[in-house]
Structures are given as structure tokens and as C-alpha cells.
Write a protein that binds this ligand. Sequence first.
Ligand code: IPM
Ligand code: MG
Length: 364
Amino acid sequence: MTNHIAVIKGDGIGPEIVTEAMKVLDRVAEVFGHTFEYEQLLMGGCSIDAYGEPLTDDTIAACKRADAVLMGSIGGNTTTSPWYKLPAHLRPEAGLLKLRKSLGLFANLRPCVLYPELRRACTLREDISEQGFDMLIMRELTGGLYFGERHTEPVDGVMTAVDTLKYDENEIRRIAIKAFEVAMKRRRKVTSVDKANVLDTSRLWRKVVEEVAKDYPEVTLEHALVDSTAMQIVRAPAQFDVMVTENMFGDILSDEAAMVTGSLGMLPSASLNETKFGLYEPSGGSAPDIAGKDIANPIAAILSGAMLLRYSLDMQAEADAVEAAVKQVLADGYRTGDIMSEGCTRVGCAEMGTLIAERVKKGA
Ligand code: IPM
Ligand code: MG
């Protein structure tokens, strides 16, 4: 059977890290006897340059035809790139948001794990990092501030900008269910993060999450405020298992959680709808400052490939093999610059991909 994977390499470091993820997927195909067929598509800044818009209808249609989408990153330097002189709806990020919405990808899973080998790259104090942590951020991805009505206009002669934060109970329920479902396969704890001391959307969020929790009596539910959670992530990250939160809080907290694992370059993500279809991308950005220098860390992209195998293609053994290969390469002392520590061997993006691909084997 042939699996069709749509590939959006994107901008900045996207092309180089996705090339390494494909190298690893090709190795999986070889070892496990699969056929992966790739269709390369443009989205983001490169699509603006080619077609004058960040996401074309053809790209959306091609993604819908595929079994899954593997993505790199999009966007450029927001102060210097000409893409940011365009009206907001024609900028690279608008393409990504439209793609998420068009594909109905409401659930964004961002697993943040501190690998024992990377404890020295962790930015936290040693007494905290030595406890390790393994949390999964379940970020709502197609609602909230990102998709609410927005405009900028003069009101009584004063320029005024408005963004709208809106959630209905169905949007909250479906992401809460996803969170409890994954928690059942993990350590059975859900932390629901909100700002219920101020926001109406958060008060509704709490109420709906409480209702969903009744169907999962084995899962412990706790509510936490977003500001306090930001503090707890650096104070005691080991306390978290599954964290479920709205779109913007999830965007912010996942960068923070990623950094305490050692580097943004380590954090994969899966964006899912109600079916098996999904889009897989590193949680970090396009890092235009280091693009094309062969120094980016491809591990987040490679681990996103593992999530693609696991969630969209039902290939658990294959996903395990990729994750084991990443652990092995770290245990063997190879590091890209962002996670480098003394006594390790520094390698570039392409070499890291090759080293991981070589370590993919059956029965990992
Ligand atoms: C992310 C990114 C995007 C987001 C940007 C590029 C629009 O930061 O995936 O976390 O804010 O969702
Ligand atoms: Mg982000």
C-alpha cells in the first residue's frame, strides 16, 4: 500500500529540516517495507513569491487528498522581510491559519519531554531538571483570538484595534474530550489552563471541561490560571501530564515548555481533526537568521514525522523506531548547536538527519 504525504517545506529553516524528516521516513519505508509518495506544495512566504498569496486553493485541495501533511515552518523576519509589508490577510501566517481552519485541525498536540541526555541543555536549575518531565500540551487550534473578528479603525479620531476572543461550548467540548482521551493513555491527569478570574470564555471553558470530566472518572482534573501555569512550568514542570488550553495560551505556553526541554528545535507537533488525517510540524518557527546554514536542529521535524506515522498511518512500531533512533543519537553524544554541551560531538542539520536515519531499526 502506498501512503500519500503532502509536504510543505515552507520558509526559513523549513526546507532543510523537512528534508531530514523525509530522509528518516524513507529509511522507515526501507526497513519496514512501505511506500511513501510525497507531493511537494508551497505555503507561506514561498507561495507569496510564486503565486502572490500565502495559500492557494490547489494547495488546500492537495492536502485534503493526502493521508497526512508534513510541514516545516513558514514566515520570515517580521521587521525586514517584504512579506510583512503586505496586508495582513496576504502574509505568510495567514496561510497557515487558513490551512488549519480549512482542514478542521482543531486539536494541536505538543509533547514536551526532557530527555535525560539533554538535562545539561535544560535552562532550569539542576535540582529541577534532574526530576525530568514529560507533558503534552493540547492546544485548541481553530478558535479563540486567532479566528475572532478583528479590525483597526478610528473611533472618535483615535486609531483603535479590536480582536475578538470567542469560544462556543462545542469547540471547548471536542478539545476537552481529546485531552481526556490522551490522558487515559498517559498518567491520567489533565490540567485545564484558563484565565477564569477575568474572562467569560474561560469561565465557559471551565464549566464545559468539568462536564466532560464526568465521563472520565479515572482522570484527575485540575484547573489552573494561565499566568500561574507559566510560572509553574519553570518552577516544577514534572507536575504536568496533559495540559489543555485555548489557542493563544497554548501558543505561548508551548514555546515556554519547549525551551525548558533544551531547545525549541526539539518539539514536534500534530494537528488533528476528527479523523485520522493530520498536519505535522515542529512547534518552533522558521528561524530565518539561521536558515540555509546547515545548523538548524532537524529533530522536531523528524519527531513530527514519527507522530505522523503514529496518528495518521497507524504505524506504531515505525513511530517507536524513529523515537528510539532520536534517543540513540543523543545517547551517542551527537548534538546540533542549539543543544550542544561539553564533551558532545557537534553536527549540522543534514548530518544529524543521516545519523538518525541510520539508527532506525525494527524491534526498537
Ligand atoms: C505556532 C506558531 C504559529 C501560531 C504562527 C506562525 C502563526 O507560532 O504554530 O505556534 O501562532 O500558531
Ligand atoms: Mg507559536
